[in-house]
Design a protein around this ligand. Structure first.
Ligand code: UD1
Length: 377
């Protein structure tokens, strides 16, 4: 008898590193898989570059939805995913993370009577103004199998009425991929050279900079980049900090667009502040591994810095990943420039807090997931 089909969904950048660990583990466990890409992210630097570096197989289908408002994007994914389910009739749809593709595909699947597994379930920021929090809450409510990365997640799910037998604490698949690929990550100088490939003037200046450490910054949350005064405040702190410690800031296209729309282009030419396009997975890993400090509003970077032991300041008032604060190297500072400045100074003086690796972030999360799914089907 043919092995039951597990339909695996990716859509946006943070999904790719997770699926890169899960797909081979499912196949290793003897399960049939198909990879469906919704097309939520589509630029080379946000998409194909990750497939190449992570050695992800090309998707069996790309739904090509692209960008849009939340309603348009979610609806378009649902419309295009439904026929895929009709045609392939999988035993299970597997979604990861908290992006619009996650919720859209889970909802479509469950309404067609096809159960869904959610990897990275139970994370809660308790901030319902974040689109990701809505995606997390709703996906978990309808998932049949829920895989968690940290112990607290099970408490949230229990409070929301989800049966404990559906919940499996397996660890963190992001860290499976990080451990596998860290040895292939370039040294920081090479990572920066690759990031500045298209701007020879900047590349030349970077080579001439006497590097004694550097920081890495990423910014893309709507709450940080859509309001011009918040974005300006954060860029000012980065520019100021860059006078003491060079800062490499690979930016999401959304942030670049907002900087241009809000008349903040002068930050592109601040000495010591290297604003580049989005980094590839390996370049980012190399940069984070060697950095004195990371400043970020990304969920993935909070986890990666904890795994790498790099001090991290999270530019948000809350996090859905509290283990990175309680046990890891992460500190929440919000987006108030004064607080960010003081916290960064503290790290430069003291070296930042020493963390430990959270439970089951051991590189074996994906095989645990595959085992549960094999038993389940
Ligand atoms: C999405 C996720 C967010 C995740 C982030 C990682 C949702 C609700 N948000 O946010 O949780 O942290 O991905 O990157 O799903 N754009 C491009 N090229 C691309 C993709 C996007 O230029 O390849 C620009 C477009 O202007 C687009 C904007 O970025 O409108 C936002 O893209 P979207 O996918 O809607 O959300 P992200 O901000 O990327």
């Amino acid at each position: 008898m043919a092995s039951p089909l597990i339909l695996c969904v990716v859509g946006a950048r943070p999904n790719f590193m997770k699926m890169a660990a899960i797909l081979p583990a499912l196949r290793e466990a003897g399960l049939a898989t198909a990879l469906i890409h919704t097309g939520q992210h589509y630029d080379f630097a946000m998409n194909q570059s990750f497939f190449q570096q992570l050695a992800l197989p090309l998707p069996d289908e790309d739904l090509g939805v692209g960008s849009g408002s939340h309603a348009v994007q979610t609806a378009e994914i649902m419309k295009r995913f439904e026929p895929v389910l009709t045609q392939r009739r999988p035993a299970l749809t597997l979604v990861v993370g908290d992006v619009n593709s996650t919720l859209a595909c889970a909802l479509t699947s469950v309404k067609m009577g096809i159960p869904t597994a959610h990897v990275e379930a139970g994370l809660r920021s308790f901030d319902r103004s974040m689109p990701e929090e809505i995606n997390r809450l709703l996906t978990d409510q309808i998932a049949a199998l829920l895989f968690t990365t940290e112990r607290q997640a099970a408490l949230h799910l229990a409070r929301e009425g989800i049966d404990a037998t559906q919940v499996h604490f397996v660890g963190n698949v992001m860290i499976d991929t990080l451990r596998r690929l860290l040895p292939s990550a370039p040294i920081p100088a090479e990572a920066l050279r690759r990031l500045l490939r298209d701007t020879p003037d900047q590349a030349e200046a970077a080579v001439e900079t006497p590097w004694r450490g550097y920081g890495v910054a990423t910014l893309h949350r709507p709450s940080n980049v859509d309001d011009p005064s918040v974005l300006r405040g954060l860029l000012e702190v980065l520019a100021e900090l860059a006078q003491r410690l060079p800062i490499i800031a690979p930016l999401h296209p959304r942030t670049r667009k907002r900087m241009e729309a809000h008349g903040l282009e002068h930050f592109f030419s601040v000495p010591g502040l290297w604003i580049t396009g989005p980094a590839g997975y390996l370049e980012m890993l190399g940069l984070l591994a060697g950095a004195k400090l990371a400043l970020t509003d990304s969920g993935g970077v909070q986890e990666e810095t904890t795994a790498l032991g790099t001090p991290c300041l999270t530019l948000r008032p809350n996090t859905e990943r509290p283990v990175t604060v309680d046990e890891g190297t992460n500190t929440l500072v919000g987006s108030d420039p004064q607080r960010v400045r003081a916290a960064a100074e503290e790290i430069l003086l003291s070296g930042g807090k020493a963390g430990r690796i959270p439970e089951l972030w051991d590189g074996q999360a994906a095989p645990r997931i595959a085992q549960v799914i094999r038993d389940w089907v």
